[in-house]
Design a protein around this ligand. Sequence first.
Ligand SMILES: C[S@@+](CC[C@H](N)C(=O)[O-])C[C@H]1O[C@@H](n2cnc3c(N)ncnc32)[C@H](O)[C@@H]1O
Ligand code: SF4
Length: 379
Amino acid sequence: MKKLSIYIHIPFCHNKKCNYCDFVSFCDIDNKQEIYVKTLLKEIKMRAKTLKNECEIATIFIGGGTPSVLLGSQIGDILKTLKKHFRVCEDAEITVEANPDSLTEQKLRDYLMFGVNRLSIGGQTMNDKILKIIGRQHTSKQLKNAILLAKKVGFLNLNVDMMIGLPKQRICDARKMLNFLIKHKVPHISCYSLILEENTPLWKSVKEKKIFLPKEEKILQMYDFVYKKLKSKNYFRYEVSNFAKENFECEHNKNYWEMGEYLAFGVAGHSFLNGERFENTSNFEDYVKKIQKGEFAVIKCEKISLLEQKEESIMLSLRTNKGINLVDFNKKFSCDLLKDKEKEIAFLSSHKFIDIENGTLKVSENAFYISNSIIAKLV
Ligand SMILES: C[S@@+](CC[C@H](N)C(=O)[O-])C[C@H]1O[C@@H](n2cnc3c(N)ncnc32)[C@H](O)[C@@H]1O
Ligand code: SF4
């Protein structure tokens, strides 16, 4: 039976959006949450009927936005409905994303009771000045408390998101945050390099020269620092931005990077199933109206050609520590990658940007941060 991942999008954030973020989420949440969860449950039931129990759910990820703005019981309703209408594996990885400002002990206990076994806390930085500049709604103290609380309540499988390349950020800020996470045995750390998304408040401030971002070489040094520090503490990098202790990799993300299939529910959910990609509307009212009428809220559906799948496979695999298994890749896409890209591969190998060993092509350890440029040469 085929394995599938499920993503549930919770498009709400507390109070005000962060200045750098362009994820689909709304802050005027009064009265919206109840109708949204009700609509999600209906969408789950509708979709489950079309799949007729043909698949097993290996991972569930409730992300956002900020899922922790919902009541614990609403997360429970979502999980109960999924388990009732889909075949969810006994040992499925079930993650909820949470922000320090909306996480409470009661919510954490509810999550555990409803079967959540992985928690991902958005931290970004432990420097209060920078938290303010980027428009986060929490302090470093709240972040530390949230981590300690999650551990106390019993979340062993815990991730904390951090960011590098933030305004005024220095290596000592990253060091401070990592020291805390390491000391408190947080087993998974995602470290994202800031993407300056167009039309966000941060983008405008940078454009108007009111805020300055660190230079690319400074960010590279910060990334290198994070990588080396975590490596020395036995966190291994299994994807450019993801570091984990042994057995704490995120199975949900791994499925995505391995081009496994996934179903997404909610506003702006993107799914990939049977070689097709389909996308829900990001308009809240349209989503609710459609689903309540018993229609799917899909606004775009496209068959992914073999060439697109091949390019995507290169892109995703080369960001991971596994790289490309050449035998499997050539078989799947009826090609010979080493021959087809002979010149490019010779160039990348001679500069030690990639390694080819035991039938696997990987980005070299020291070239991970520039993996995007390496990938661009191969697709
Ligand atoms: C979609 S957010 C949801 C998690 C949660 N709401 C939070 O902010 O903590 C997931 C993660 O994406 C990262 N992220 C969001 N916007 C980003 C950007 N413009 N550049 C890099 N990382 C970003 C942040 O690290 C964030 O924790
Ligand atoms: S809390 Fe998370 S999802 Fe919400 S605006 Fe901030 S980064 Fe984006």
